[in-house]
Design a protein around this ligand. Structure first.
Ligand SMILES: C[S@@+](CC[C@H](N)C(=O)[O-])C[C@H]1O[C@@H](n2cnc3c(N)ncnc32)[C@H](O)[C@@H]1O
Length: 393
């Protein structure tokens, strides 16, 4: 380590004409030929005289691992019987689809290079979705309420919320709400579902919950009948059917991606807040969790699990099967995607100033041969984004 400069000695700038000192690249120091590196603390670095055998590990370029000769990368799955699950068979594809159809030879398809699809000449890429793009006068085929899935959702979320509600979302949301800063907390929960948030708040909080699903509102009332709780069946994107306003807090928890017109929900939140009141929005992270456009993949060469993002900037919607176990009988819900820039525009247009942004990761842990890679990926890619904003006074 460089010895500290003697403060009594005056600092001498380099003589003129010598220019900046070239960066030191190791070896003897040109300015102090007698200097030798000092010994490093026990166990550190190559300059430790007692570890002459130490050499920096050459970068791993695939092939057998020198430190674990028995380790072999799993060969990429190329179809056919699975060596690890001999009994596994690919599900037969519907008539005419895919090469895994027993006996069907795979047709040679030329690589798709954009433009018209040679196999489906009538196909055109769908233009990006814009809210309100439905032809005027036609009823919505997209009912965004979770009424059809309410029994399943109520059961899977339970009284205290699901795993992520309990371990990540509610603790983070409670922190961002800063309820302790307000003398009398009056809170509006937009798209409250069956009222998980209500039950996590102290009884003294004057709570109003709004949701489009009658059954979920009924479940919320049943789960938490305290007199300070009020629930209304209403569309959070339309004028609300009650006068109450001057809320100190408005929340939308894990629901903005389930409404078709999120800008209107944010405007409603701002309209009902008292000046200086706080809006907290928690959503699936819009950069890394885009319905049907993001997925986990593994780079087998670098042994890295990474997040694949196929599309991001376009507004998109996707139908999500709620209970895949039921197959075609399962209800579906709508999910909508908007990029961060749109979210910030909704806030700006509603007169909300963002004062805090947090990104929350999953706290699950993997075990087994891929644990290191999986846990590292989990710690890198947040599941949730939380924004806190204040209404301009
Ligand atoms: C994923 S759930 C979240 C519910 C709750 N906030 C929670 O964290 O458990 C989404 C909710 O949004 C509600 N929803 C969808 N569109 C809505 C709308 N336009 N107005 C009010 N609620 C709506 C659904 O009925 C459903 O209860």
């Amino acid at each position: 380590m460089k010895p500290p400069r003697d403060p009594k000695k005056p600092f001498r700038p380099r003589p003129p004409g010598q220019g900046p000192r070239p960066p030191w690249k190791g070896g003897p120091r040109p300015d102090r030929p007698g200097w030798k590196p000092g010994p490093k603390p026990e166990g550190q670095g190559p300059s430790q005289g007692a570890r002459p055998e130490w050499k920096p590990r050459p970068p791993y370029k695939g092939g057998p691992r020198p430190d674990r000769p028995e380790w072999k990368p799993r060969p990429p799955f190329k179809g056919g019987p699975r060596p690890d699950r001999a009994e596994w068979k690919p599900r037969p594809k519907p008539e005419g689809q895919g090469p895994s159809q027993p006996g069907a030879p795979r047709p040679e398809r030329p690589p798709y290079q954009g433009g018209a699809r040679p196999d489906r000449p009538a196909w055109k890429p769908r233009p990006p979705f814009k809210p309100g793009d439905r032809p005027a006068g036609k009823p919505s085929s997209r009912d965004t309420s979770w009424q059809q899935s309410s029994a399943y959702y109520d059961k899977s979320v339970g009284e205290g919320g699901n795993f992520y509600h309990q371990t990540v979302v509610l603790p983070g949301l409670t922190r961002m709400l800063r309820l302790g800063d307000t003398e009398r907390v009056k809170l509006l929960d937009l798209a409250c579902g069956q009222g998980v948030l209500a039950r996590s708040l102290p009884a003294t909080v004057d709570y109003w919950g709004v949701d489009l699903s009658e059954s979920l509102v009924a479940a919320a009332r049943k789960h938490d009948p305290r007199p300070t709780r009020r629930y209304e069946v209403a569309d959070a994107c339309k004028p609300l059917p009650f006068e109450e306003s001057g809320f100190s807090h408005v929340v939308c928890m894990l629901a903005i991606q389930n409404v078709e017109n999120p800008a209107a929900l944010v405007a409603n939140a701002a309209a009902r807040l008292a000046p200086g009141g706080r809006f907290v929005l928690v959503l699936n992270h819009p950069c890394f969790r885009i319905p049907k456009q993001t997925s986990w993949e593994v780079d087998e060469r670098r042994w890295v699990r990474f997040r694949r993002v196929d599309r991001y900037l376009s507004r998109m919607r996707a139908a999500i099967v709620m209970n895949p176990g039921l197959g075609a009988a399962s209800a579906e819900t709508w999910s909508f995607h908007a990029p961060l820039s749109d979210i910030f525009t909704w806030f700006k247009d509603a007169g909300l100033l963002v004062e805090g942004l947090e990104e929350w990761v999953s706290n699950k842990r993997s075990e087994g041969p891929a644990a290191v890679m999986e846990n590292r990926a989990r710690a890198e890619f947040p599941l949730f984004l939380a924004l806190a904003a204040l209404k301009k006074p």
